[in-house]
Design a binder for this molecule. Structure first.
Ligand SMILES: O=P(O)(O)OC[C@@H](O)[C@@H](O)c1c[nH]c2ccccc12
Length: 257
């Protein structure tokens, strides 16, 4: 059983228990009041392209940073030019929770990506109710038909979709309704990072599609390499979060690009 299988198994239990507390019908009545929606497609074109991730821990790295508050970190990311914010809401494996989005959404005026393992329509209503603008769909957890169905649902709820792929085979999950395609430089099965592989995969996507390089961007050189190869967005978590002060790490990085 891979780590991804374990995460999905646990996610199914988590969703079942959430449904027993709040039914889908009840959830549908919950509005994300007081927050306008922001487009990542727009913001990626107009700013640095960096989607900075608030990430406390991960299965591959263990604890990354357990002593910073989401608002102090993500508002600095916004101020220093991030195109968007990614916030992990998976608790068991990544140490995140809904409150990490709830506690920042009224102060953040750039798109917020709810980063989780989306496998059930229930989670899309949850995402909307906590104030997310963008949803991640991971191809390796879904069928192409589910990707289509969930994309339509996200759009109905006025959220954009970032489809994450990692293999050539997963290119078949792409459809023209998808807003952005993320290519994960990290293989979720063995955690290996390969930037060249991502570039090769990107070149097989239609030219006009907005592309995001995800994970394992650990230096200015990595960033510049991927930018040169035509990526529009850059999803970066650990590089900033591993510092005692992620905000100043972001500021320094942003001043060099
Ligand atoms: O911390 P990194 O290596 O910069 O990676 C960020 C982000 O890409 C990574 O957290 C991620 C990419 N796809 C995911 C899917 C689920 C959970 C996490 C992820």
């Amino acid at each position: 059983m891979t780590i991804l299988d374990k995460i999905i198994e646990r996610k199914n239990e988590e969703i079942a228990s959430a449904k027993s507390r709040i039914s889908l019908d009840q959830l549908k009545d919950t509005q994300s009041f007081g927050r306008s929606t922001y487009s990542l497609k727009e913001s990626i074109k107009n700013k640095s392209g960096i989607i900075a991730e608030f990430k406390r821990q991960s299965p591959s790295k263990g604890i990354i940073n357990n002593s910073v508050e989401p608002l102090e970190v993500v508002s600095a990311y916004e101020n220093f030019g991030a195109s968007g914010i990614s916030i992990l809401t998976d608790n068991d494996f990544f140490g995140g929770n809904f409150n990490d989005i709830l506690s920042v959404r009224n102060d953040i005026k750039i798109p917020i990506l709810r980063k989780d393992f989306m496998i059930d329509e229930y989670q899309f209503y949850e995402a909307k109710s906590i104030g997310a603008d963008v949803i991640l769909l991971i191809a390796s957890c879904l069928s192409p038909a589910q990707v289509e169905e969930f994309t339509a649902l996200a759009h109905e709820l006025k959220m954009e979709v970032l489809l994450e792929i990692h293999t050539e085979d997963e290119l078949k999950h792409f459809n023209s309704k998808i807003d952005l395609v993320g290519i994960n430089n990290r293989n979720l099965k063995d955690f290996k990072v390969d930037l060249q592989h991502s570039v090769q995969l990107k070149n097989q996507l239609p030219k006009e599609v907005l592309s995001v390089a995800e994970s394992g961007i650990y230096s200015l050189e990595d960033f510049k390499f991927l930018k040169e190869k035509g990526f529009d967005g850059f999803l970066m978590g650990e590089y900033f979060m591993k510092n005692t002060n992620p905000a100043s790490a972001f500021e320094e990085f942003a001043s060099q690009i």
